[in-house]
Design a binder for this molecule. Structure first.
Ligand SMILES: *[C@@H]1O[C@H](CO)[C@@H](O)[C@H](O)[C@H]1NC(C)=O
Ligand SMILES: *[C@@H]1O[C@H](CO)[C@@H](O)[C@H](O)[C@H]1NC(C)=O
Ligand SMILES: *[C@@H]1O[C@H](CO)[C@@H](O)[C@H](O)[C@H]1NC(C)=O
Length: 356
């Protein structure tokens, strides 16, 4: 909601810089500003934040999405407009990893009049009771690669570097490398020079807080209303077949789950996936969601993420090539997003009629 005013007050100095770039592509600064204002007067929008092209393309080609032109190119990103199931949306592709995801989400929120963010994509699976193709909707997200790497020789009772200053904590827990020595007899005996990494919460600076006064967050909840709404999607029929002969068994389903996690790490390692599951009770893991969650949390914008599981740690080596069902998973994630936005729209209509 703050998008329009925030744009005027906060972004203008920043804008001048980027506009020079845009003008080389034809649009003058005034044109661009006018286009953004025009779009914002037509809002608010649901922001749809998408990691990569292969995840965005099924949405661009979905009958649920009606595109409106022109899109707005800004700061190396393309903001696409349209409706999903009749609800106004802005789409933005982030690119791979936590930094890109955070940047794209922050730009979207700074520039445009956005009432909520729906993030979707594919993910790895850490939960043995789920299957490839299932679309997971976690209630909490954490970034699990902000670490304090303990010096060799120190143990769980020793303070971490800078812990006394309140910068780091031993509250969340750690991974001890010597626990992963293949020879079980050697585990936890002589140790490992890599010792342990301790998980840390992110520093957060919320819009409603005092600037430069940090808070901390590890588990970031998705919006509670969005999460409740998403439970209605659990019966949704998803596509299970790539073609007439290649199908997912059992057929994929939509599941709300406890937690998901993200880091700028492509994770094919089964031991670490098991650790994440046992330590943090996560189901999907990916490279962007927790970043989008953190930005929305700081900006106080409702957020939810839907991630279709596209590879599984319980099978090792993987019996199915992880990439085989990727297009199907991406298409199913789009299906779930469209249904969710449809629900969001119908709930809004009910709210309005109640208030009259
Ligand atoms: C190491 O493994 C042992 C035995 O499996 C387990 O009890 C302990 O919690 C593990 N320690 C860490 C730091 O993961
Ligand atoms: C990790 O394991 C080593 C032994 O391999 C031990 O000396 C050290 O104290 C452990 N650290 C933690 C944090 O558990
Ligand atoms: C179905 O897709 C699989 C995986 O891409 C492929 O190996 C198979 O040949 C396809 N079958 C048909 C009938 O197109």
């Amino acid at each position: 909601m703050g998008g329009v005013t925030a744009f005027g007050i906060l972004i203008l100095p920043f804008l001048t810089l980027i506009i020079i770039q845009s003008s080389t592509e034809g649009a003058t600064p005034a044109d661009l500003q006018r286009e953004i204002n025009l779009r914002n007067s037509d809002g608010p929008y649901i922001g749809v934040v998408i990691p990569n092209l292969f995840e965005m393309n099924p949405l661009l080609h979905s009958p649920s999405f009606l595109a409106e032109f022109p899109y707005i190119d800004f700061g190396g990103r393309r903001f696409r407009f349209g409706t999903i199931e009749g609800k106004k949306v802005i789409l933005v592709m982030t690119g791979l990893g936590m930094i890109n995801a955070g940047i794209a989400t922050q730009m979207l929120l700074d520039l445009f009049n956005v009432e909520g963010i729906v993030h979707y994509g594919t993910a790895g699976n850490a939960n043995p009771s789920l299957n490839i193709g299932d679309v997971t909707i976690p209630q909490f997200w954490a970034h699990t690669a902000l670490w304090n790497w303990q010096r060799y020789g120190d143990g769980p009772e020793d303070q971490l570097s800078l812990e006394a200053d309140g910068d780091y904590t031993r509250e969340i827990g750690y991974l001890n490398f010597s626990n992963y020595t293949t020879d079980a007899k050697l585990r936890n005996h002589d140790g490992n020079l890599l010792n342990s990494v301790w998980y840390q919460p992110e520093e957060v600076f919320t819009v409603s807080g005092t600037p430069e006064e940090r808070d901390h967050a590890f588990w970031v909840p998705v919006d509670s209303h969005y999460f409740e709404l998403s439970k209605n999607l659990e019966g949704l029929n998803l596509e299970s077949c790539l073609n007439s002969t290649t199908c997912l068994k059992p057929p994929p389903r939509v599941v709300t789950v406890h937690r998901g996690t993200s880091a700028s790490i492509f994770l094919s390692n089964a031991a670490y996936r098991r650790f994440l599951r046992e330590k943090f009770d996560v189901s999907p893991f990916d490279m962007e969601s927790a970043s989008v969650a953190l930005v929305c949390f700081q900006q106080r914008i409702p957020f939810i993420a839907m991630r279709a599981l596209s590879n599984n740690p319980s099978v090792s080596p993987e019996s199915i090539d992880a990439s085989t069902f990727l297009p199907l998973s991406a298409a199913n994630a789009v299906r779930v997003v469209a249904e969710f936005i449809n629900l969001l729209r119908s709930v809004k209509v009910v709210d309005v009629s109640v208030s009259h």
